[in-house]
Ligand binder design. Structure first.
Ligand SMILES: Nc1nc(=O)c2c([nH]1)NC[C@@H]1CN(c3ccc(C(=O)N[C@@H](CCC(=O)O)C(=O)O)cc3)C=[N+]21
Length: 290
């Protein structure tokens, strides 16, 4: 049991550390008259989205930051949402703006993301921030891949010269993840739904990041002995429980480290959102009188 325990990367514990560090920063900033503020916009009443937004709101408050949650009806027009974003872009008390995804079908996600000022885009989804990441310039990095980098670092995983395989090519996880791994001198392969012979490639991985969105997609046949497995999946099973993209029990005996679901990557996403919001506040508070 002990040996198995040592393999599990405790995302909840590492997220607690990050949040504690962020809290100290918030206290310091507040003593200088600057309260970091995060605005979260939720359109519609999807229960999973509502629950994530609730947990973001509680975390913001627990860290002593200013929280604004805007709940809009599922029939909200693109224009109405753009109006709300424009107001928040101009609000000096708000340093981060997050529009909870996915959005209802009548709203163009890319247009909404592009309307958020890049300086307040703490999700790191704006094309300017995506471009900065690719160019190696300072900007906001998407919270999930950023949280994974912190998990790897704090678990003592060295990436230099290692083969990292990312399964999934989304703008939110797969693509930014591959850039961050590349920055740390890993050799990076990105796989996706059209990849031929997935197991042949994932079996070469020293570090395997699974971000496909399909329960237990990654099994014993996909991993080599000693691999570090990062499970980004958040699939709600028929049992009502959260399941990862990895068949945890099947790969556990062969991996050297693995993140569980829940209590792996998920809590880190929220912690990094807080960290990004405080970074944003640090940059702008001095130049504004709020
Ligand atoms: N603009 C935007 N930014 C996001 O960052 C964003 C989003 N939209 N849409 C939805 C996804 C999903 N997401 C999660 C955050 C935390 C957990 C998390 O804390 N999960 C817990 C369990 C939570 C539970 O039990 O439901 C865990 O894995 O231990 C999960 C998922 C952020 N997202």
């Amino acid at each position: 049991m002990k040996r198995v325990d040592g393999k599990i990367i405790d995302g909840r514990e590492i997220s607690r550390q990050i949040k504690e560090e962020v809290k100290q920063e918030v206290e310091r900033l507040k003593s200088e008259g600057c309260t970091p503020g995060l605005a979260v916009i939720l359109v519609g009443d999807d229960p999973a989205s509502a629950s994530y937004v609730g947990s973001k709101e509680r975390t913001v408050q627990a860290l002593g930051m200013h929280s604004e949650v805007i709940r809009m009806e599922s029939s909200t027009s693109e224009g109405e949402l753009l109006g709300e974003i424009s107001r928040l872009n101009d609000d000096p008390a708000i340093h981060g703006i997050l529009v909870q995804l996915p959005l209802p079908a009548q709203i163009d996600e890319q247009r909404i993301i592009s309307a958020i000022t890049p300086e307040k885009d703490v999700d790191g989804f704006h094309p300017v921030n995506a471009g900065k990441l690719m160019a190696g310039l300072d900007g906001f990095v998407p919270c999930t891949p950023l949280g994974i980098m912190v998990l790897l670092e704090r678990s003592g995983v060295d990436l230099k010269g290692k083969h990292a395989v990312v399964v999934g090519r989304s703008n939110i996880v797969g693509k930014p993840m591959s850039m961050l791994l590349l920055q740390k001198d890993a050799t990076v392969t990105v796989c996706h739904s059209k990849t031929a012979d997935l197991p042949a490639i994932t079996k070469q991985a020293d570090i395997l990041v699974a971000a496909v969105g399909r329960e237990a997609m990654i099994g014993r046949e996909h991993v080599k002995e000693g691999c570090v497995v990062i499970d980004v999946g958040i699939n709600r099973g028929e049992d009502g429980k959260l399941h990862g993209d990895v068949d945890f029990e099947a790969v556990l005996p062969v991996v050297s480290k693995i993140t569980p679901v829940p209590r792996g990557v998920g809590p880190m996403t929220i912690a990094m959102l807080m960290a990004n919001t405080v970074e944003s506040a640090k940059k702008t508070c001095g130049s504004q009188n709020n």
